[in-house]
Design a protein around this ligand. Structure first.
Ligand code: NAD
Length: 429
């Protein structure tokens, strides 16, 4: 082996073709021509700083012992402590968590938050376990990753299938282990435990704000725009609510229970109430159920993927009839899908800016916890708007300057900041 084993290889993971880690690596590759001298440090972006795999044994309600696999990946800590959510999903893998952690590095730097990138996950289908069992799994997972998290080290937050209650258990477990109430160890907490006003809907609000800016700069009115959304959970439903409040029509919604279409516009509030009581959108009377695959053929102006990654494949990208794809989810386009959308002239507003509202208000929560002084919801929403509008404009201008996609522009802005921090710190030892 040469003295520089530098060639994009990690012995513990082979990138799945078109999987999230391969997609992330290709995004870094596209950024390289715009990094100048900093490209010398770029290999650091292709290697997570730390990957922790933990075993989570718990006694279930029926007395049996179950074992779960959990992860916490810190992709890059050059600009500050790690920051990124925790996902509970049966398909979570180390490779997926690595990609999600890497996208957090990019997102935090693209918005200029003083954080590195991290992400966590547990391989579990939470719908199959009781509340008591989920609490045990959460607490054991938190204890295990307690080695590397902390208010000034790495700060988890909610993601798919995790919420403020799970954050409360994480905060309590960490606090018991260190012997003092450590509110700043997680964000997305309940208000009574140092949570922030506006956090629950912040990601969806950010999707709207960034979508509004992208539409404005592309001269597309939001009033009357047709919006199609995949995923009607925290992000999708909050974004939908704001688009509808500003005159858009919600023509199609898909979640894990089915797909609904209504050319006149679905009743957003009614659909949200139905999904909350029935666990999904299926059975809602105000729309026509259509086969899931037809979702990608629906005519719309703005398509918002807000469910899971790798949903927009090359084949689906060929069929999409939207002017803008606004990425609420992390990594919803595969590498090939992204290429097809770009080739077809469909504006792709990338996840690393489109869904950055959540981590931005998480940052506000963390700041408020440190100062023990809490802001009003108006203050939070005004500051969120200001940060996202500024970050988006910077990315928009970078794209125009180099004639590149918004995604590559966001990566150029973010990678430059990360690698500059890296270069200024130097290498230890
Ligand atoms: P959530 O669990 O609240 O909602 C997920 C939604 O996706 C649900 O409506 C679910 O039914 C749907 N879904 C799941 N599998 C599906 C499938 N196969 N087909 C169609 N729909 C499916 O999760 P969330 O917090 O809204 O997160 C959604 C996305 O946004 C994820 O990619 C997440 O990483 C990203 N994100 C979330 C936040 C946040 O603050 N919650 C922040 C940034 C990014």
């Amino acid at each position: 082996m040469s003295r520089q084993d530098n060639k994009n290889t990690l012995s513990f993971v082979q990138p799945e073709p078109n999987g999230p880690w391969a997609t992330y690596l290709s995004q870094v590759d596209q950024t390289m021509p715009y990094l100048g001298d900093l490209a010398r440090w770029a290999e650091t972006l292709r290697r997570p700083k730390r990957c922790l795999i933990v075993e989570i044994p718990v006694e279930l309600d029926d007395g049996t012992i179950a074992h779960f696999e959990g992860y916490r990946v810190q992709h890059n800590l050059s600009r500050g402590p790690g920051k990124g959510g925790v996902r509970f999903h049966p398909d979570v893998t180390l490779q997926e968590v690595m990609a999600l952690a890497a996208w957090m590095t990019i997102k935090n730097a693209a918005v200029n938050l003083p954080y590195g990138g991290a992400k966590g996950g547990v391989r579990i289908d939470p719908s199959r376990f009781s509340r008591r069992e989920i609490e045990k799994i959460t607490r054991r997972y938190t204890s295990e990753i307690g080695l590397i998290i902390g208010p000034d080290k790495d700060i988890p937050a909610p993601d798919v299938n995790t919420n403020s209650q799970i954050m409360a258990w994480m905060m309590d477990t960490y606090s018991m282990n260190v012997g003092a109430a450590a509110t700043g160890v997680v964000t997305g907490k309940p208000l009574q435990l140092g949570g922030s006003l506006g956090r629950v809907k912040a990601t969806g609000r950010g999707v709207f704000v960034v979508g509004r800016e992208a539409a404005g700069w592309s001269r597309m009115p939001i009033d009357g725009a047709r919006v199609a959304i995949q995923g009607f959970g925290n992000v999708g439903s909050s974004a939908a609510e704001l688009f509808v409040a500003h005159g858009a029509r919600l023509v199609a919604v898909q979640d894990h229970t089915g797909t609904l279409f209504n050319a006149e516009g679905l009743d957003c509030a009614g659909l949200a109430a139905h999904a909350a009581t029935h666990g999904g959108i299926a059975g809602f009377a105000g729309g026509e159920p259509i086969p899931d695959e037809q979702f990608w053929d629906v005519e719309s102006d703005i398509l918002i993927p807000a469910a899971l990654e790798s949903q927009i494949t090359a084949e689906r990208a060929q069929r999409i009839k939207a002017r803008m794809v606004l990425e609420g989810a992390n990594g919803p386009c595969t590498k090939d899908g992204d290429q097809v959308l770009n080739d077809r002239g469909i504006l792709v507003v990338p996840d690393v800016i489109a869904n950055a509202g959540g981590v931005t208000v998480s940052y506000f929560e963390w700041v408020q916890d440190f100062s023990s002084f809490f802001w009003t919801e108006d203050e939070i929403n005004v500051r969120l708007d200001k940060i996202l509008v500024g970050a988006f404009k910077h990315i928009w201008d970078t794209a125009a300057q180099h004639q590149i996609s918004l995604r590559t522009a966001a990566f150029v802005v973010a990678c430059t900041r990360v690698l500059q921090a890296r270069a200024e710190r130097g290498l230890y030892p």
